[in-house]
Design a protein around this ligand. Structure first.
Ligand code: FES
Length: 206
C-alpha cells in the first residue's frame, strides 16, 4: 500500500472523528433533559415535604394549646374560685358545758363554715378548748401559725408542740420557741343555753 492512502491521525474534519465517541456524545446530549426533569421533580417533592412538616408542626402546636387550655382552665378555676367566695361566720356547737372540766384543755371537732363541695373529711376541723371557769372558755386554733401543721397539747408540760418544725407555744398560745411568727390564733367562744359554741372563722397563716 502506498503512503498516500494511509489515514492521518492528526487530520481534522469528519474523516478524523472517532465514530464511537461521536455516538456517546449524542447519547449524553439526549439523556441530559431527562436528568434535569428528574432533579426538578425531586426538589418539588422535597419542598412539598417541608410544607407538610410545617403544617403538621402548626397543627400539633395548636392542638397542644387547646389541650393545655382544656386542662388548665378548670384547675385555675379550682384554685381561684374559693378566693372570691365570702366565708360565712357561723357559730358551731362543740358540746355541752358539763362535758368540760375546769382547767382541762381538750380537742374539739367542728365542721368548717365554708366547706368546698369536694372537701370531704377535710371540711372537719378542730380546736383546743380550755374551760377556764364555770362560764369562761378559750379556744386555740389547732393549726400552727407557721405553716399550718396540727399542734398537740402536752398537758404535763402545759405546752403546745408542733411536730413539723419544732414550734412550741406556751399554754396561753404565745410562742415559746421555733419558727411560728405569732401566737396560736384563737376562736371566739360563747355559751348558749348549755351548749358551748365556737365561731368558726378562717384561721390566718403566714
Ligand atoms: Fe409548725 Fe412549722 S408548721 S413549726
Amino acid at each position: 500500500m502506498s503512503e498516500s492512502t494511509r489515514p492521518d491521525p492528526d487530520a481534522e474534519g469528519p474523516l478524523a472523528s472517532d465514530p464511537a465517541s461521536s455516538e456517546a456524545s449524542s447519547a449524553e446530549a439526549e439523556s441530559r433533559p431527562a436528568v434535569e426533569t428528574s432533579t426538578a421533580k425531586e426538589s418539588a417533592a422535597a419542598g412539598a415535604l417541608v410544607q407538610r412538616r410545617r403544617f403538621l408542626a402548626r397543627v400539633s402546636i395548636g392542638l397542644g394549646a387547646v389541650g393545655g387550655l382544656a386542662i388548665g382552665a378548670p384547675l385555675v378555676g379550682f384554685v381561684v374560685a374559693p378566693l372570691g367566695r365570702e366565708v360565712p361566720r357561723l357559730w358551731r356547737s362543740v358540746g355541752k358545758v358539763r362535758d368540760f372540766r375546769i382547767g382541762e384543755t381538750v380537742n374539739v371537732k367542728f365542721v368548717d363554715t365554708s366547706p368546698l363541695p369536694w372537701a370531704g373529711v377535710t371540711a372537719n376541723t378542730g380546736a383546743w378548748l380550755r374551760r377556764i371557769s364555770e362560764d369562761t372558755f378559750t379556744a386555740f386554733a389547732i393549726n400552727c401559725a407557721h405553716l399550718g401543721c396540727p399542734v398537740r397539747w402536752l398537758a404535763d408540760a402545759r405546752l403546745f408542740m408542733c411536730p413539723c418544725h419544732g414550734g412550741v407555744y406556751y399554754e396561753d398560745g404565745t410562742v415559746a420557741a421555733g419558727p411560728p411568727p405569732h401566737p396560736l390564733s384563737q376562736y371566739l367562744v360563747r355559751i348558749e343555753g348549755d351548749e358551748v359554741l365556737i365561731r368558726a372563722d378562717p384561721i390566718p397563716f403566714d
